[in-house]
Design a protein around this ligand. Structure first.
Ligand code: SF4
Ligand code: SF4
Length: 300
């Protein structure tokens, strides 16, 4: 790794509702000189808590889509028979590609004897760079129904990384996608560290174990932050045991707090809404603990 290589810290949760995005927004206050990224491209919402300004918006073309030229088509039907995604329809002898079903695999393009099928870049969404008081934020929005969410996650990470190198920022703090599917794999692969936000419930523990397995597969070390730690003592202990079993470091816990929701309703992070609250102090201690761990690793 190059000396100035920024470290990507990806905050993930395995399931929704753990407070992942609220905690990412709060941590953004404490990390020194960092770039922020929201890789939940299906439902980006970190920007809603960071009071963004000066947004640059760009189209994102992630895949391709086929289009038949009716003037060149001889209606042989070969493309329809080869398309595995049933994306080609024929109406009154005229063949046409249904854009929403086309996966851009190019099989029909290469097979057409009349060279009647074009292969265009497909507009899949938009990516944005916004200014926040905690640093630049890269985020994106996938068009509903569009494929390529994993590619867009990778694209957002690359943009954040380019900016971090330009700014000589040592850290990139990323709000990752929920679950363990393609977007999460795209967010986790090659990351420096994962911060897993979980809660002491049966579903929280189940989903934590799944993301720990994913992290182990991709060999990315993990930290665990237990939110709402006081709602179930048994599951708090089970979560700590699970973290230890996978070699993940337990970085701290937070009590259940309605202040997260109140801050969301104000459209700011909990640190900005309630800077003198107990929970703000606990978040500060967790952030300092996390940063200390990261700095100590740096010196190893
Ligand atoms: S393969 Fe080409 S010529 Fe044949 S139906 Fe499809 S578009 Fe038309
Ligand atoms: S590019 Fe692939 S998915 Fe799209 S219409 Fe052609 S064969 Fe079907």
């Amino acid at each position: 790794m190059a000396h100035n290589d920024p470290k990507e810290i990806v905050v993930i949760s395995g399931k929704g509702g753990t407070g992942k995005t609220s905690i990412t927004a709060a941590l953004a206050s404490f990390f020194p000189n960092k770039i922020l990224a929201d890789c939940d491209v299906d439902a980006a919402d970190l920007h809603l808590l960071l009071n963004i300004s000066a947004t640059e918006k760009h189209d994102y073309y992630g895949g391709h889509v086929a289009e038949i030229d009716p003037d060149k088509c001889n209606s042989c039907g070969l493309c329809e028979s080869l398309c595995r995604f049933d994306a080609i329809d024929v109406k009154e002898g005229k063949y046409a590609v249904q854009e929403m079903s086309c996966e851009g695999c190019k099989v029909c393009v290469d097979a057409c004897p009349e060279k009647a099928i074009a292969w265009h870049p497909a507009l899949n969404g938009a990516w944005m760079k916004s200014e926040t008081k905690h640093g630049p934020l890269f985020h994106a929005r996938l068009i509903p129904g569009s494929e390529n969410s994993g590619k867009l996650v990778t694209f957002v990470r690359e943009k954040a990384r380019e900016k971090a190198i330009e700014n000589k920022a040592p850290y990139i703090l990323i709000d990752g996608p929920p679950g363990i599917g393609c977007p999460v794999i795209a967010a986790v692969t090659g990351a420096h560290r994962l911060l897993m936000v979980t809660e002491p419930t049966p579903s929280g523990l189940h989903d934590l174990e799944r993301v720990l397995q994913l992290a182990a597969y991709f060999k990315v070390p993990s930290y665990i932050l237990l939110n709402k730690a006081d709602i179930n003592k048994d599951y708090k202990e089970k979560t700590e045991k699970c973290a230890a079993q996978y070699g993940a470091k337990f970085i701290g816990s937070l009590p259940y707090s309605t202040l997260f929701t109140e801050a969301q309703l104000k459209g700011v992070s909990i640190l900005d809404a309630f800077p003198d609250s107990e929970i703000a102090k606990e978040l500060k201690a967790i952030a300092e603990n996390l940063i200390t761990h990261l700095q100590e690793e740096k010196q190893c």
